[in-house]
Design a protein around this ligand. Structure first.
Ligand code: LLP
Length: 430
């Protein structure tokens, strides 16, 4: 990504800083994030939305990708909205005074307590997933003398990964209301008669790490089709269309992600055409990128330990982290690029399996990874780990979570401290 480089010592740099020095200063494993890169991503999304929707749009950052106080502050300063999916994410946002009107509360099974917290904080939009939640939210709002502004989560029946556009292909999802069974329209009818909720629009999210634009165009068409049906059936024209996130990033050199601007232009075109054809006003558009805002801005630094060559089979290179700080290989066989940070200029002549330190054979960061030759003590960098790494980290084997160092204009600061052994036993009763 744009924030990476190489210095005169042949060391990998991020945001202009020497990664080997950062590893020495803060220890490993270490997450490093370039704030300038995060801000650039926010800005280019914001500019595209303004260009194609003339200010009638909002970029909301999906905080599940990486949520901490520092990131919530950055996103607030950049003027974005925030997508939260739990009381914990909401609490983090609240703790930095994130403007509640710009928060969207998602999730397929929000608890009673979470809905109350959302109402009390004045969360701008609650994305309602199902009938039970609709009824519950209505009651909670009425009993507090409030009206919650809501969107409905809809299953548009698009599988972005297989390019399938089958109306029945996605009924089997735990998220949202189906179109083809009439469920979504029934929810609209019920909401219209309720006093505690005000239905503002509809939302969908068709998948993650998507490289093609067509599924997003299809989704916009299907959703607007439903909005037209709602207008015909109830006489109400919904104001907001939230198209979710899912834009893919470059994990490997051969990945070719969609340019945000190109995506926005094409989807805006589909929105305009469909609105014209169906006699709708162009709704206010919301998008919810997570991965593409923070993913490319981060990397993880490890110290190499044992090298184990199994002749004719593979070479294991072990690092001082693993599935605890990056569970994406064990969960999804997600590919990453790695390098020896202290010899980054050398050619990648080796193929290794990068292994973690957990007591579990599957604890790998990757297989068949092209790398420079590595020895114990080398600093290993795994790239594009800014999204869904810290966010999904665990304490498996009672290994403390690494800290997060944020770089801004070349200056480093710790935004999440390294966990201590004391942190690990904090909730244990004696
Ligand atoms: N909006 C909604 C409603 C979502 O469910 C998600 C992601 C997003 C936005 C943001 O999607 P993004 O732009 O980050 O692709 N743990 C997985 C990713 C799960 C994504 C779930 N939803 C991973 O590590 O790849």
């Amino acid at each position: 990504s744009d924030c990476l480089g190489l210095n005169a010592l042949g060391h990998l740099t991020i945001g202009g800083r020497d990664t080997v020095e950062l590893a020495q200063t803060y220890g490993t494993p270490l997450y490093v994030m370039d704030e300038d890169e995060i801000r650039r991503a926010c800005e280019s999304y914001r500019e595209s939305v303004n260009r194609y929707y003339g200010g009638r749009g909002l970029v909301t950052y999906a905080s599940k990708a990486f949520c901490c106080k520092a990131v919530c502050r950055i996103v607030a300063e950049e003027g974005l909205g925030l997508d939260v999916v739990s009381g914990g994410e909401l609490y983090t946002a609240k703790s930095v005074g994130f403007p509640p009107e710009r928060i969207f509360f998602h999730g397929n099974n929000k608890t009673v307590q979470e809905l109350i917290e959302a109402l009390e904080y004045g969360v701008g939009t609650i994305v309602v997933d199902n009938f039970d939640e609709l009824m519950l939210l209505d009651q909670l709002a009425v009993s507090r003398g409030k009206v919650a502004e809501i969107l409905f989560r809809i299953k548009p029946g698009i599988d972005a990964h297989t390019h399938d556009f089958v109306r029945t292909g996605q009924i089997d999802s735990k998220f949202g209301l189906a179109l083809e069974t009439g469920e979504a329209m029934e929810a609209v009818r019920q909401a219209v008669g309720m006093k505690g909720v005000r239905l503002k629009g509809v939302h969908c999210h068709i998948g993650s790490q998507i490289f093609d634009i067509e599924p997003f165009e299809h989704a916009a068409e299907v959703m607007l089709g439903f909005m037209a049906d709602v207008k015909a059936e109830t006489g109400r024209e919904l104001e907001i269309l939230d198209l979710g996130g899912g834009f893919g990033i470059k994990y490997l050199p051969e990945h070719d992600p969609v340019q945000y601007d190109r995506y926005m232009q094409r989807v805006a075109g589909a929105v305009e055409r469909t609105c014209k054809a169906r006699g709708l006003r162009t709704p206010f558009i919301v998008i919810e990128p997570g991965r593409s805002i923070v993913g490319p801005a981060g990397l993880t630094l490890y110290t190499a330990g044992a090298v184990k060559e199994i002749p004719g089979v593979r070479t294991y290179l072990s690092v001082d982290g693993g599935m605890g700080d990056n569970p994406r290989y064990i969960l999804y066989q997600a590919p990453y690029e790695a390098m020896v940070a202290n010899r980054a200029a050398e050619p990648k002549t080796r193929t290794v399996t990068l292994a973690g330190r957990c007591c579990e054979s599957g604890d790998l960061i990757g297989e068949h990874m092209q790398m420079q030759e590595a020895r114990a003590g080398d600093i290993i960098a795994v790239l594009a780990t800014g999204a869904y790494n810290y966010a999904m980290a665990s304490n498996y084997n009672r290994i403390p979570r690494p800290p997060v160092v944020m770089l801004r204009e070349g200056r480093a600061r710790v935004v999440v401290r390294r966990e201590s052994y004391e942190d690990l036993v904090r909730n244990d009763e004696d």
